[in-house]
Design a protein around this ligand. Structure first.
Ligand code: KG4
Ligand code: ZN
Length: 340
């Protein structure tokens, strides 16, 4: 079974062909990161316009690299939420048009479910990674989804069965990385920039708060953001040393809480494994912190599948397709769609 996955929920225009829900035949991503960097964040109107320009060529390239034509496909899977309305509309309408004209069924996919199904993807070329094997298929599994728009702990009891354990009450983890990077004068996207700066920094040079919110699996990062802003006020122009120290202190404050709550939830629900998903899970310090605390197997999404892509949408779409999901032609976007 071959499914084309289309993803345009934020600032990546992506299309991919996946076989049997696991094997990545192609995965084409046109990132708009460089474009949005000059505005310090995603500029929604610009994002939709760029999606309109890119979606056709990106899809054509995905089919070409997979060596398949429309008649070799079984379905078209597309993200219909959550995400930026204008961006979602482009992918959904393109997918509708493509599926209708090719005589293929359209399968609606929740973007967050896509991040989870990225854990079962591989290519023939995937080199063995003994420290990060593909996720088990035994449930329950615990997923920490950390991206620019989401910070959630989800208990996955089976395919398509999700229980929301907790999540952020204000900023998403990635959003906090992006905002703090901006305060520190680091480029967008802030996550990789902070991780890089933090390597030279001392996390103990500056004492930043952690929002433990005891008795819950919830998170809050807005207080931390304000604390960074206040700590920065004492410098007229912070030196590279100060910036690195602040980046390291901020990073560890976010990661400690994420890792500790993930470990608590993993124990409480006796899960078979922990899945780290979403753009922020690319962070090596986060991966190490979770591995250090969790006694069960920890599976981080392979780096090339961490940020938004079409393969993860095709993977989740394959499962949904097999479960009988078909979108009607009047399917609309759901910018605030949730997993559970
Ligand atoms: O999953 P994603 O590509 O898009 C969303 O659905 O949001 O995640 C993007 C987010 C951005 O906020 C970016 O700063 C963050 O992931 N990110 C990181 C790292 N790489 C990307 N955050 C921390 N450390 C990283 N290495
Ligand atoms: Zn995402």
């Amino acid at each position: 079974m071959r499914i084309l996955g289309i993803e345009t929920s934020c600032d990546e225009t992506a299309a991919a062909v996946v076989e049997d829900g696991e094997r990545v035949l192609s995965n084409v991503v046109a990132s708009q990161v460089d474009l949005h960097a000059q505005y310090g964040g995603v500029f929604p109107e610009l994002a939709s316009r760029m999606h309109v320009e890119a979606i056709g060529p990106v899809t054509a390239q995905a089919l070409q690299e997979a060596h398949v034509g429309w008649s070799d496909l079984d379905a078209v899977a597309v993200t219909y939420g959550p995400g930026l309305p204008g961006s979602l509309l482009v992918g959904l309408n393109f997918a509708k048009g493509a599926a209708l004209s090719a005589g293929l069924p359209l399968v609606p996919v929740n973007h967050l479910e896509g991040h989870l199904y990225a854990h079962w993807l591989h290519t023939d070329a995937r080199e063995a990674a003994p420290d990060n094997p593909p996720a088990p298929r035994d449930f329950p599994l615990l997923a920490l989804i950390v991206s620019g728009g989401h910070t959630e702990l989800i208990l996955m009891r089976g395919h398509g069965q999700y229980e929301y354990l907790g999540g952020t009450l204000d900023d998403a983890a990635g959003e906090a990385f992006d905002k703090v990077a901006r305060m520190l004068g680091l480029p967008y996207p802030g996550g990789p920039a902070i991780e890089r700066a933090a390597r030279q920094g001392n996390p103990h040079a500056c004492d930043l708060p952690r929002a433990w919110l005891p008795g819950t699996y919830d998170f809050s990062f807005s207080g931390l953001k304000t604390a960074v802003m206040r700590a920065l006020r004492q410098y007229h122009e912070p030196s590279p040393r100060v910036i690195s120290d602040m980046a390291a202190a901020f990073q560890v404050s976010v990661i400690e809480v994420l890792a500790e709550k993930t470990a608590q939830a993993a124990e409480a629900h006796r899960v078979h494994g922990v899945l780290l998903s979403g753009g922020v899970s690319a962070n090596a310090t986060l991966r190490a912190a979770v591995r250090a605390r969790v006694t069960r197997s920890v599976h981080a999404t392979p780096l090339w599948l961490c940020t938004d892509n079409g393969a993860m949408i095709a993977a989740a779409g394959t499962y949904r397709y097999q479960a009988g999901a078909r979108a009607a032609w009047d399917l609309d976007i759901e910018p605030g769609l949730r997993l559970a």
